[in-house]
Design a protein around this ligand. Sequence first.
Ligand code: PEP
Ligand code: MN
Length: 346
Amino acid sequence: MLLRLRRALPQAQLDALLALASSLGYRTRFLDERRELLELSGCGKPEHRSAFEDLVGVQSVLDAGDARERHERKPGQADTVVAVREARFGGGSIVLIAGPCAVEDEERLFEIAHAVRDQGATLLRGGAWKPRTSPYSFQGSKDEGLELLARVRLETGLGIVTEVLDPRDVEKVGEVADMFQIGARSMTNTPLLIEVGRAKKPVLLKRSFGASIREFLMAAEFVLAQGNTEVVLCERGVRGFDPTTRNLLDVGAIAHLKRATHLPVIADPSHAAGRADLVRPLARAGLAAGADGLIVEVHTAPDEVHSDGAQAISPDVFGQIRADAIAIAALDKKTVVLPSRATTRR
Ligand code: PEP
Ligand code: MN
């Protein structure tokens, strides 16, 4: 590990640093005359990096060396592949997740589920609990919504991706969800991250609109540190200065994350755009930047919905996105995972 220390470090701070290094089993050596670059050799652990970062005398960890965190891609390390029913994220596989923003009307939910499956989705999205900016907005259909998701899962064979908002609901939601969604507003809820980490079930972790890439990765690290290795990162747009789009899809983050971490990364063009007409071009951009999949809001009657109607696209447009995904995947020698099992219709 290589540390950059603060200039003219007081002796007490240096002593604390050297004592920590020795207690963790490292040998230390200064690499420069000013004694600002400190090399630590020894067998590192992921938690050591933060232990040094937390010291007041340490400006930054320049190279984590063997103390790599769990999300980090070692040189030459292959992608982690996260399997959710028949879907496979990473390792050259691209997954399409689609469905309504929220679980609302029963008929509509089944109609949308069949429609997105017909158009190439292997996983159905839909929140039973909705994180909303205002406490007076629709908060989701909650337990009733969860029951509907259980039924639509059985009928269509689609895996279910649904948000869990409260650590106390993880067990209940986990009985229906094939993949927990942690929303942008919950990315910093560490008790929730720990609880889904313990659940040992795939987690779709969305980046907060105000989170740096490092903060996003540290949220993933909370899940990984519990022994749950099935984390898929989702870039859904960060807050920009211009209200023309709801958020700014950070395609640079997607490209960077594909290098920095072995975890799969997907794009959410719907919450980035906030407008149905921009979802398809942003979906293309996310895939072109290297995303291992998309999560898209699709609805058959967007005028009726209580959340995010303006960004809902039709199943037909979703079908065009599937065709785009197949074309872009071919450029990168990747494959789009399409649904295989026959299902019965109502
Ligand atoms: C959602 O997926 O409907 C949602 C609320 O997304 P985000 O957490 O990214 O805002
Ligand atoms: Mn939404």
